[in-house]
Write a protein that binds this ligand. Structure first.
Ligand SMILES: NC(=O)c1ccc[n+]([C@@H]2O[C@H](COP(=O)([O-])OP(=O)(O)OC[C@H]3O[C@@H](n4cnc5c(N)ncnc54)[C@H](O)[C@@H]3O)[C@@H](O)[C@H]2O)c1
Ligand SMILES: O=C(O)[C@H](O)COP(=O)(O)O
Length: 394
């Protein structure tokens, strides 16, 4: 029986993936092998020794202490692209709210409760509506920073709206580049993008390199009156600099974000939402299902898909064999030392796979017969081995 502890509200569709006979899943589980969560911050949680893997039902993993977990051999997964459409649609809402007097117009209409006569109300609205006039998105330029799962969808949507699209992504993967419409004009640096775009939308992960990406200095390049959209993370934007730019004559025209902060409230030029970019039934289901499937595949077969700290590994189970997996520091000689223990004990390895990523390596070995506890203990003692698992015959 595997145990999976959940944090946050996880879609039932994802929870239903776990077969009841083999999994105990819930928020109140002791000694879990797996963790399933959304934005809950794990930095202050003491994870029990039993934990082997963590699945983030979502994209951002800045709520997970990755470096520490990697050293402990804990495999961390996320669900790339599973909530991208939800964010894309909210960015569309953000663009429209930033270009038209929708919110101020609605607010004004709601304030007219003292008027009881429809004709009088109609006359007043026709006289006042010029205060809520806007500008069309068609023909204006959108700058997309980060052209991954969300950024590429946003770029495509903006092109369909008749916008010009410029993009900046110095770390673009080949796969992401293939997804990108050819009409997206590539910018060499952030400053060029900021000086060109009427709307700038951020879709980068919160990393050390992206913390404060939008700051006092970069905002000097912003096109006067531009709208900045941040549906990525709070840490990417220095809010104090944003407020300063909004207050300046030639600075930002509006800040539209999913990450409110006290200094952003009560401003007409800020539209802040309560981190609802991925809060749709569809996105929550997609993420939960993908996360649950990845957890189960790892717990049952040791295969790794969509990890953010371990290499992707997929080896079909050799029939009738027992599976051993181990992770180790990525230094030479470890696999050889492990194999010599098998040789010394007449354990026949039928199939194996070894992959590395950064400072860790991960190995799967299918062996003809289940090695005894003494052999497994010997494997655990090999220098630089982080952890060893023995998986029952499939
Ligand atoms: N508001 C929400 O609810 C919500 C929902 C989903 C994701 N997000 C945030 O959006 C982020 C992006 O999500 P995604 O699914 O598109 O991820 P992704 O990994 O598919 O794409 C991120 C892209 O950013 C690029 N990048 C990295 N550093 C960069 C830099 N310095 N400048 C420009 N580009 C850079 C990467 O090369 C990659 O192409 C997530 O990490 C998460 O923080 C927020
Ligand atoms: O990174 C993400 O996927 C989003 O920020 C969604 O977060 P949530 O799962 O807490 O809504």
């Amino acid at each position: 029986m595997f145990k999976v502890k959940t944090f946050n509200q996880i879609s039932v569709k994802g929870l239903e993936r776990f077969p009841r006979a083999e999994y105990e899943v819930g928020s109140d589980i002791n000694h879990p092998e797996g963790i399933l969560l959304r934005s809950h911050k794990l930095h202050n949680e003491v994870l029990p020794e039993s934990v082997l893997c963590v699945a983030r039902a979502g994209a951002g993993v800045n709520n997970i202490p990755l470096e520490d977990y990697t050293k402990r051999g804990i495999v961390v997964f996320n669900t790339p692209g599973a909530n991208a459409n939800a964010v894309k649609e909210l960015v569309l809402a953000g663009l429209l709210l930033g270009s038209r007097g929708v919110l101020t117009g609605i607010e004004y209409v709601q304030s007219l409760t003292h008027l009881k006569d429809a004709a009088e109300m109609g006359k007043l609205l026709e006289a006042e509506k010029k205060r809520f006039a806007g500008k069309e998105l068609y023909g204006s330029t959108l700058g997309v920073v980060g052209l991954g799962a969300i950024g590429s969808m946003v770029a495509e949507m903006a092109l369909a709206l008749g916008m010009k699209v410029v993009g900046y992504d110095p770390a673009l993967s080949v796969e992401a580049a293939w997804r990108l419409p050819s009409r997206v004009e590539r910018m060499e640096n952030l400053q060029s993008l900021l000086s060109r775009a009427d709307y700038v939308t951020l879709h980068v992960p919160a990393l050390e390199a992206t913390t404060g990406l939008i700051n006092h200095d970069t905002l000097k390049s912003i096109k006067p009156g531009a709208r900045l959209l941040n549906f990525a993370r709070d840490a990417i934007v220095d809010s104090t600099s944003v407020v300063e730019s909004l207050n300046a004559d030639q600075g930002l025209g509006m800040y539209i974000c999913d990450f409110p902060e006290p200094q952003l409230l009560e401003r007409k030029d800020v539209i802040a939402m309560p981190h609802i970019g991925a809060s749709t039934a569809e996105a929550e289901e997609n993420c939960a299902i993908m996360a649950a499937d990845q957890l189960m595949e790892f717990l049952q077969n040791g295969n790794i898909k969509n990890s953010v700290n371990f290499p992707a590994v997929n080896m079909p189970r050799a029939e009738g064999c027992c599976r051993i997996t181990f992770s180790n520091d990525n230094v030479s000689g470890v696999l050889g030392n492990v194999l010599s223990i098998f040789t010394d004990n007449n354990v026949n390895v039928v199939d194996m796979m070894n992959k590395s990523r950064g400072d860790v390596a991960y190995n799967i070995l299918d062996v003809e017969a289940m090695p005894n506890d003494t052999i497994i203990d010997q494997l655990r003692q090999v220098e630089h081995v982080i952890n060893v698992r023995v998986l029952a015959e499939a």
